[in-house]
Design a protein around this ligand. Structure first.
Ligand SMILES: Nc1nc2c(c(=O)[nH]1)N[C@H]1C(S)=C(S)[C@@H](COP(=O)(O)O)O[C@H]1N2
Ligand SMILES: [Mo]
Length: 433
């Protein structure tokens, strides 16, 4: 009997979780033996070994449903390096903090958050962007038109998923269990959204954009969009909001939206529509997929962990809060010297960072770190500080950023139903020898 990968909207991760035996059958072409459940033997093991290009000496201890990391990475995360796969359908993968240590994020290390599939055609040639709705002159623009008709700018911009840090909320909200690495700051080259909107002539009644991309819905229904988010006109006109066609001076990786995407620094990453095909100007708050319900929305008042909140009490997330990330040393690493250079980045939506402080005594005292100015508005700011430890032992290095409005990171963050906006102080554990 022929078995194949399931075509349900669920990925292998969800499938294995719910029904490991059926999942084994789908992947390895046979059922697990009832008495040897979880042990891969015979043809299944040989097939997997062939796919990996090597025998698996410890196959007896491989749990049912375990997808070898090497397979998952090579198949799904082409062009990416060292990311941790959180889901395969849709593809979601985050960057371990120590791989974000360079001042800006490389294409290989930039995280991936998809709500649907990846478009089959991502060729720049023939790509068309439509600007329509409440504009005086609807536009259809090729990527060459964008390059030829508007000022081309290059800016370092942060994209962060609003669910970054969801893993740490309790009770655990559903969704991708992002820890720290659903964030990156890369150089994007493109044109300012406001220049394009000004050329189209935004009518006075327009209050919101509706952004659309070419990615298919996981159901396969061509009439459904996996996600279509929008921006207030005010944010759409900000100087750092960009329609980008290059990332770090080369093509945008397919998984990050080749050949054209929005980059909306400081607001939820979901606003940065990938595979961008249309910007539609509307006189209502956009109501596309993932604009309503609990998607990218939080209660407008503090709630208790696990509390039920009526939908009408949710509001759309706009700017993201002040945050910092330690990228060196890696957590749980050994520090052999009594001193170490702490490095990291800090950012705050629509604001700049005024200071970053670090602590090695659980926040009893704080030391200012050296903080670089942003290379442009919308970029994160790098910080560093050489720390000396008084004696050997277990330490935590904490970082806390304060922004231009005086907001700083809390130790504990209020819970919300979907686990958004976790901007708690970053804590890294080290053993000083
Ligand atoms: N077309 C499209 N754009 C999208 C998404 C998507 O699923 N489809 N995901 C959004 C979300 S939720 C985030 S956090 C960012 C992530 O950008 P990245 O995958 O390049 O890191 O893309 C946004 N743009
Ligand atoms: Mo996101």
């Amino acid at each position: 009997m022929k078995t194949k990968r399931p075509t349900s909207p669920k990925g292998m991760y969800a499938f294995f979780h719910e029904n490991p035996e059926a999942a084994d059958k789908a992947v390895f072409g046979r059922e697990s033996y009832p008495d040897r459940r979880g042990f891969l033997r015979g043809a299944g093991l040989a097939t997997m070994g062939a796919m990996l290009g090597a025998a698996i000496p410890f196959h007896r201890s491989m749990p049912t449903g375990l997808i070898p990391t090497a397979l998952a990475d090579s198949e799904l995360l082409k062009g990416k390096d060292g990311l941790v796969l959180l889901n395969d359908r849709p593809i979601n993968a985050e960057t371990p903090p120590h791989l974000l240590d360079s001042p800006f994020t490389s294409n290989e290390h930039f995280f991936v958050r998809n709500n649907g599939g990846v478009p089959a055609n991502t060729n720049a040639k023939g790509w068309e962007l439509t600007i329509d709705g409440l504009v005086d002159n609807p536009l259809k623009l090729s990527i060459d038109d964008l390059k030829n008709q508007f000022d081309v700018v290059k800016l370092a911009l942060v994209i962060e998923c609003a669910g970054n840090g969801r893993f740490f909320f309790s009770p655990p909200p559903g969704g991708n269990q992002w820890t720290y690495g659903a964030v990156g700051c890369a150089y994007f080259t493109g044109v300012r959204l406001r220049d394009v909107l000004n050329k189209a002539g935004v009518k006075k009644e327009a209050i919101y954009t509706a952004n659309e991309g070419a990615d298919p819905h996981l159901s396969g229904d061509p009439d459904r969009l996996p996600i279509s988010r929008g921006l207030t006109i005010e944010k759409a006109m900000a100087e750092d909001v960009m329609i980008a066609f290059e990332m770090n001076d080369t093509e945008i990786p397919v998984l990050n939206g080749r050949p054209l995407r929005l980059v909306v620094s400081g607001w939820p990453g979901s606003c940065s529509q990938k595979w961008l095909t249309r910007i539609w100007l509307r006189d209502v708050v956009h109501d596309g997929p993932k604009m309503g319900g609990t998607s990218y929305r939080v209660p407008r008042y503090p709630v208790a962990p696990g509390q039920d909140v009526p939908l009408e009490d949710f509001e759309i997330i706009e700017r993201l809060p002040v945050k910092s990330l330690i990228t060196n040393p890696a957590t749980k690493s050994d520090v052999s010297d009594k001193s170490v250079e702490v490095r990291g980045h800090a950012w705050s939506g629509d604001r700049t960072i005024k200071s970053v402080e670090v602590s090695i005594d659980f926040g009893a005292s704080w030391m200012p770190a050296d903080l670089a100015a942003p290379v442009n508005f919308g970029a994160w700011q790098n910080f560093k500080k050489t720390l000396t430890f008084p004696q050997a032992g277990y330490y935590e290095i904490w970082s806390r950023a304060t922004d231009s409005e005086g907001a700083s990171q809390p130790f504990d963050v209020g819970w919300n139903p979907k686990g958004y906006l976790n901007n708690a102080i970053h804590r890294v554990a080290v053993n000083v020898a």
